[in-house]
Design a protein around this ligand. Sequence first.
Ligand code: ADP
Ligand code: TRP
Length: 330
Amino acid sequence: MRILSGVQPSGKLHIGNYFGAIRQFVELQHKGHGLYFIADLHALTTIREADRMRELSHDVALNFLSLGLDPEKATLFRQSDIPEVTELSWILSTVTPMGLLERAHSYKDKTARGISADHGLFAYPVLMAADILVYHSDKVPVGKDQKQHLEITRDIAVKFNQTYCKNFDPQTGEGGVLKLPDPHILDDTAVVPGVDGQKMSKSYNNTIELFAPEKQVRKSIMGIKTDSTPLEDPKNPDACNVFALLKLFAKPDELADIRAKYEAGGTGYGDFKKRLFELFMETFGEARMRYEELSVNEDYVNEVLNKGARQAREIASGLMDQVRRAIGLK
Ligand code: ADP
Ligand code: TRP
């Protein structure tokens, strides 16, 4: 089984990225061959400073390695090191209906928030489809926000196969050059809320960063938005952002205990936040130490990425050979 996913270097990674995506990458590396990449080409739609791009790309690699991805098991690489991806992206764009992209949330949401759309943002799902299809991926672990992109990927793959592969059967997905991938989305961590209660996202300024200095982590956690229920009153855990985050960290017994404290009253939100901070440090303490160590070992990180790129290219060039033949470029 081949498992593939990417993370954009569009900002420092946060607990939403971990629980929604990277934790699954780490667990899945024992179940099949994992390919995990830094989606730098996608991040060009938001990062327009060369130094920042270099810094953030390197940081995603540090995150991968610190959080437990093992370069002996998984292939870790930069998206832009694989030119086959952009070639396939163009080819796929010639079979992608405009309407499919006009309905994409990433484009619709950004334009609705007044961010001016360029062609890169509009074509974003096509590039993502190329990422996935170029490696014959079986499974794509992502957070729920990426579900529509995976549906679009399947639609594009079907369209390509129907156009170019005589024996393709859309019912079974057999007989095509492009393999139809399955999403892998965990329901309980599908959407991690940010400190303001919206989806936690690098682009909303509402994150708790995984590798920020301790002081900053504490500040983000103590700043989580809560309502103004007085300390002594009972509180509703299911309407509280702090509780939603505690759910990710606390073991079931402790969580039941915390729930009881909410409902009984007499404990302030500040105390729940302090516990969340402690649990954060317990959970990520080791990874944070590894991050410090790797931060001063740039050569090692680059070596891992270069080796990953060679492995990934080998797979991608095999697929592109089949694609070029199927469409008559060869
Ligand atoms: P961001 O929205 O912060 O820019 P990305 O779009 O780069 O994050 O997402 C990287 C991975 O992390 C994706 O698989 C995405 O689904 C997942 N992810 C991002 N934010 C969250 C969240 N708040 N909850 C769950 N998963 C998330
Ligand atoms: N669009 C994804 C995100 O924002 C990143 C990404 C790019 C990706 N290409 C991918 C994820 C291919 C999975 C598979 O999170």
